[in-house]
Design a protein around this ligand. Structure first.
Ligand code: FES
Length: 137
């Protein structure tokens, strides 16, 4: 742990050890599963009401920084409009986490890309709700 504190901020360690919003949402309004170039995958589920994110959850099979990034980005998405949620960037996640080592910054990008894909899924389902019938989630 002493070694981790030399590398990661207290916020990263807190979100990696005690991830918020972990797990899937049944009957989700928006869902995405994205695999990054490192081979790790993140999933994000959204519950949306009046174009505002009410609930956001995640799962990742990735590293500690990816868990911290998924935890932070789902916290950031809650209560935001769909338009605001789409604008949450890799840099926003890094800033909120108090930074990540350069070699782990792509973990924040995986979280940002997964959230954007989940929002786009929500928007697509809103345009064509009948497609929900063909989804397994
Ligand atoms: Fe793959 Fe962090 S190393 S997400």
């Amino acid at each position: 742990m002493a070694d981790a504190r030399k590398i990661y901020s207290d916020t990263v360690i807190d979100h990696a050890m005690n991830p918020r919003n972990l797990g899937e949402i049944q009957n989700t309004d928006g869902f995405a599963r994205v695999t990054g170039p490192c081979g790790d995958t993140m999933e994000i589920w959204l519950k949306v009401k009046n174009d505002t994110v009410g609930q956001a959850t995640f799962f990742t099979d990735g590293c500690g920084p990816s868990t911290a990034s998924g935890s932070m980005i789902t916290e950031m998405a809650k209560g935001k409009s769909i338009g605001e949620t789409l604008k949450i960037s890799r840099q926003d996640v890094l800033t909120a986490l108090g930074g990540l080592p350069e070699e782990s910054e792509h973990c924040a990008l995986l979280a940002a890309n997964t959230l954007k894909a989940a929002v786009r899924d929500y928007m697509a389902m809103k345009r064509e709700p009948w497609k929900k019938a063909y989804r397994r989630l």
